[in-house]
Design a binder for this molecule. Structure first.
Ligand SMILES: [Zn+2]
Length: 95
């Protein structure tokens, strides 16, 4: 059974050992007794690449809390579309 992490509104973190089939979304905070909501976090498995763990965590988080962006994310090092300067290519039909 995996540990699930819960966080209350005050910011306390509580861990509970629950079966994977459990759909428990809230529990009682062990520190203040308030309701604590389940937090999506990467599993604590030894030997996992930290970059992969961050990617998994970001992917899981975005499933519930999509990030608000102001522009389309860059796709990295894109090369510009090659442009032909051959005058005969200008006569070809445009898509
Ligand atoms: Zn608390």
């Amino acid at each position: 059974m995996p540990f699930y992490e819960f966080r209350c509104h005050t910011g306390h973190t509580t861990e509970r050992l629950l079966p994977m089939s459990s759909d428990t979304r809230t529990t009682e905070c062990q520190t203040c007794g308030d309701e604590a909501n389940r937090v999506i976090s990467a599993p604590a498995v030894a030997g996992v690449d930290k970059r992969k763990a961050r990617l998994v965590e970001a992917t899981q988080k975005s499933a519930y809390e999509p990030a608000v962006v102001n522009s389309v994310p860059s796709s990295g090092n894109r090369r510009a579309t090659p442009v032909s300067h051959n005058p005969q290519h200008a006569k070809l039909p445009k898509p």
